[in-house]
Design a protein around this ligand. Structure first.
Ligand code: BES
Ligand code: MN
Ligand code: ZN
Length: 488
């Protein structure tokens, strides 16, 4: 679906926002006259009050300039924040995508509203239907163009530009996650990352031989039961000052997590196609930065592996040596994400001097129990980065919630045979996972970990901004955090 902005437009469908208990806006006057006053009547006749999410529509006479007029509830104008504005665009796409009409024009009050409504529309128009081979024409969306009409087209377009980039990043992350694990595995994920060179990113891919030379025994250990080769992908966006240290984004990219020898139960295991959600978020964020030509140096690093049970797989009891030199006793092969990230974090610090590191991972089932599907878990010892990530998440509707860390939790990782074990006890599973990662972060390094296991996909918890399974959580938050803190 194409998004455009204009000061005037003619479209098959015209849509107007009606404030709660409000009147027909001035922009709708012409169409109201053409309909013989039907629009004003529609507001007063039925239960339509303009509450958020309400819609009513009128079929227009042949001679009118639109075929259909949609009146959409805008709630109370004072409460119409960015989220509410996005939802208006999204609700319209949802209700009109299959209408049979091709074009829609939404009348917006100002440029900020116009851009946010466009973002909502763009995200809601996302489809992942490549694998349906039998869709008939009338099962595919008819809507091709979404025009936002607003008094100041230029300002609206300028406000849309960064949001469009973020939306592209989100949709890439969704695609990567929605793809099945027989199609998207470490090598093909790396291929897709390589394609981002066209966007101006510098991309380097390491295979198993190179990682062996670097001693990345933790990451390689996870992948050793798979016939698919493990990969490390490094993406650089150099939009900042030459030579300035970058911000590093690290992602867990377990393309499929069976649990390994500590095999997961069968029901629901297919969801583990999304266990590369952290890597997808990082990749999407890198695309967003490139699309809007961010004035910052950022490096994205993703560890890509598949966790399989196999004659060659790691066993409970195995001791792995990570690239940092620290040894890890593997007591549960299903706690694999932290093993992958241990070596990715090491690489990020060994090869760059990151101003800050944020890692993202679908790391623990425990975070889904703690926070459900509406906040990602945030772990860090640094109040400043915690505050900034929290603000960026609130601004973009990808919320994070901080949980504690501390030496008492770290003590739960003590192993009988090695420097640490890869699981804690029965309690505080998300915190002990974060403590494990912290052991691979150098003293003084600014770092935060986001556990996105509860927010990366939607499982019966669909949002108006996303009709598909994967949410594409991360790129909007990361892009905003970088824009607000690392660009002047
Ligand atoms: N990928 C899972 C975490 C997960 C669970 C993500 C549910 C999304 C939804 C991770 O690799 C895992 O299996 N973690 C274990 C750790 C445990 C063995 C200490 C878990 O959470 O059960
Ligand atoms: Mn696992
Ligand atoms: Zn996992």
């Amino acid at each position: 679906m194409k998004i455009t902005f204009a000061e005037q437009a003619e479209a098959d469908i015209s849509a107007f926002v009606i404030d709660e208990n409000g009147k027909l806006p001035a922009a709708a006057k012409d169409l109201d006259e053409q309909s013989g006053g039907l629009l004003a009547e529609a507001i007063s006749q039925n239960r339509f009050t303009g509450k958020e999410g309400q819609q009513t529509y009128a079929v227009m006479p042949k001679a009118a300039s639109s075929r259909r007029v949609v009146l959409i509830g805008g709630g109370k104008p004072k409460e119409r924040d960015a989220r509410a504005q996005e939802k208006i665009g999204a609700f319209l796409v949802k209700s009109q995508a299959d209408s049979g009409y091709k074009t829609i024009a939404l009348y917006a009050e100002d440029a900020e509203f116009a851009a946010r409504a466009a973002l909502g529309a763009s995200l809601a128009a996302y489809r992942f239907d490549d694998y349906f081979t039998k869709l008939k024409a009338d099962q595919k969306p008819s809507l091709k163009t979404f025009t936002v009409v607003c008094p100041d087209e230029r300002t609206a377009k300028a406000a849309w530009k960064p949001l469009e980039a973020a939306s592209e990043g989100t949709k890439l992350a969704r695609d990567l996650m929605n793809l099945p694990p027989n199609i998207l595995y470490p090598e093909t994920f790396a291929d897709r990352i390589k394609e981002l060179e066209k966007q101006g990113l510098e991309v380097e891919i390491l295979g198993e031989k190179e990682m062996e030379k670097l001693g990345m025994g933790a990451l390689l250990g996870v992948g050793q039961g798979s016939v698919k080769e493990s990969k490390l992908a490094i993406m650089k966006w150099n939009g900042g000052k030459k030579g300035e240290d970058p911000v590093a984004l690290c992602g867990k990219g377990v393309c499929f997590d069976t649990g390994g020898i500590s095999l997961k139960p069968g029901p629901g295991m297919e969801d583990m196609r999304g266990d590369m959600g952290g890597a997808a978020a990082v990749t999407g964020a890198m695309l967003a930065l490139a699309k809007r030509k961010a004035k910052a140096n950022v490096v994205g690093l993703v560890g890509l592996v598949e966790n399989m049970p196999d004659g060659n797989a790691i066993r409970p009891g195995d001791i792995l040596t990570s690239a940092s030199g620290q040894t890890i006793e593997v007591l549960n092969t299903d706690a694999e994400g932290r093993l992958v990230l241990a070596d990715v974090l090491w690489y990020a610090q060994e090869h760059f001097k990151p101003k800050a590191i944020v890692d993202l991972a679908t790391l623990t089932g425990a975070i889904v129990i703690s926070l459900g599907h509406h906040h990602a878990g945030l772990f860090t010892g640094d109040d400043d980065i915690a505050d900034k990530l929290t603000k960026a998440g609130l601004a973009e509707g990808e919320r994070v919630w901080r949980l504690p860390m501390g030496s008492e939790y770290d003590a739960l990782l003590k192993s009988q045979f090695a420097d640490m074990k890869n699981i804690g006890g029965k309690t505080a599973g998300s915190i002990t996972a974060a403590q494990f990662l912290k052991r691979f972060v150098n003293d003084g390094q600014v770092w935060a970990h986001l556990d996105i296991a509860g927010v990366a996909w939607m499982d019966g918890n669909k949002s108006p901004l996303n009709p598909s399974w994967s949410s594409g959580f991360g790129p909007r938050l990361l892009d905003r955090w970088i824009a607000d803190n690392y660009e002047s």
